[in-house]
Design a protein. Structure first.
Length: 346
């Protein structure tokens, strides 16, 4: 298998290393706007990897394109090498060439643009995985796992704490100032970012954090995966300073790889004649977890283990979340279920 990785920052670099350790992968092409970083990552992966500048021919003979850089709707085909963003036309071109695509995108405009390529993915017969990170990404897998314990899914509530690296931290900062969109009874409800304070409990040692609405894409990816779901919300942990400064540029340099983070997914629905609440969560360094999810999504896409050739999140594209979570656990990313009194590993 040949994989092209665009963007080898905190998440992309981790994903590339995960792929290099997978027996299914024969060669990796590393592309980054920082040529020195691309060279360093390629050297660390050994002879199977090489760094190259972007050019359309790089996709010749490629099985999967992994994009861990921002996706811009109008940045131009040379964007990966020049401005650190991948043009939407690059993703479209890959799909038309029959190359599966996995992205870690979690910006609203990026996700909407990528979802618009669903028809092209279906026509080409290859999947476009959107938001293959920690949240969205791991949270989508946890939602699919939780749904297996219910006869009917009525509500999904996602919360996350922590960021995976500088790009992720800046996205988190912007999201707190953006309008939030929740799904309620068949329509999208718009609410101010930074509103809706809720105390959410994550696996230890993160524990309880105040979480708020923000411009997050989780609901946009989860609603298509669960037809008939009545409510879907997403919140992000934030401090008072985070909320007050959301409308301003970041006042200090983000941490290069983020602190320990966590996610939780609360699923409400019915099993038999009774109402059930299921809560699943995970804790890890966000860049580590996101890199593992992205790499595993690449392997699943290449081996035909995804449900359909279309554009969507992992909750929609995974046929069976169990093996995916088992392999993530083998790679060190473990999920747990909260049974009301204690947390147990899945």
């Amino acid at each position: 298998m040949r994989v092209v990785v665009c963007g080898v920052g905190a998440v992309g670099g981790r994903a590339a290393r995960q792929l290099a350790s997978s027996t299914e992968v024969d060669s990796i092409i590393v592309i980054d706007r920082d040529g020195g970083r691309a060279d360093a990552v390629a050297r660390s992966l050994g002879p199977m990897a090489q760094a190259q500048p972007w050019h359309p021919e790089v996709l010749d003979g490629t099985d999967v394109l992994l994009v861990c850089a921002p996706v811009s709707p109008s940045s131009g085909s040379l964007a990966p090498a020049l401005v650190g963003a991948v043009g939407l036309e690059v993703v479209e071109g890959a799909l038309r060439a029959g190359v599966a695509v996995v992205t870690s995108s979690d910006g609203r405009a990026e996700v909407e643009g990528l979802l618009g390529l669903a028809g092209i993915a279906r026509a080409a017969g290859v999947p476009l995985v959107i938001g293959a990170g920690m949240a969205p990404g791991l949270t989508d897998v946890l939602a699919r796992q939780a749904a297996g314990g219910l006869d009917e899914v009525e509500e999904i509530h996602v919360a996350k704490a922590g960021t995976g690296g500088p790009t992720c931290a800046r996205q988190h900062h912007r999201a707190l100032g953006d309008e939030a969109i929740d799904w309620r009874d068949g329509e999208w409800i718009r609410r101010p970012g930074g509103s809706g304070r809720e105390l959410c409990w994550f696996p230890d040692p993160v524990g309880g954090r105040d979480c708020y609405r923000a411009g997050l894409v989780d609901a946009r990816l989860l609603v298509p995966a669960f037809p008939g779901v009545r409510r879907v919300t997403a919140r992000v942990a934030a401090t008072r300073r985070d909320r007050l400064t959301a409308a301003l540029p970041m006042l200090r340099q983000p941490h290069p790889e983020g602190e320990v983070g966590a996610v939780r997914v609360e699923m409400r629905g019915r099993r038999g004649g009774a109402r059930e609440n299921l809560i699943l969560g995970a804790i890890d360094r966000p860049a580590v977890a996101a890199g593992a999810v992205a790499a595993l999504s690449v392997l699943w896409a290449a081996s035909g283990r995804l449900a359909a050739a279309t554009a969507g999140g992992l909750a929609e594209l995974l046929t069976d979340s169990g093996p995916f979570l088992t392999e993530l656990a083998r790679r060190g990313v473990k999920a747990a279920v909260f049974d009301g009194s204690r947390t147990e590993s899945l």
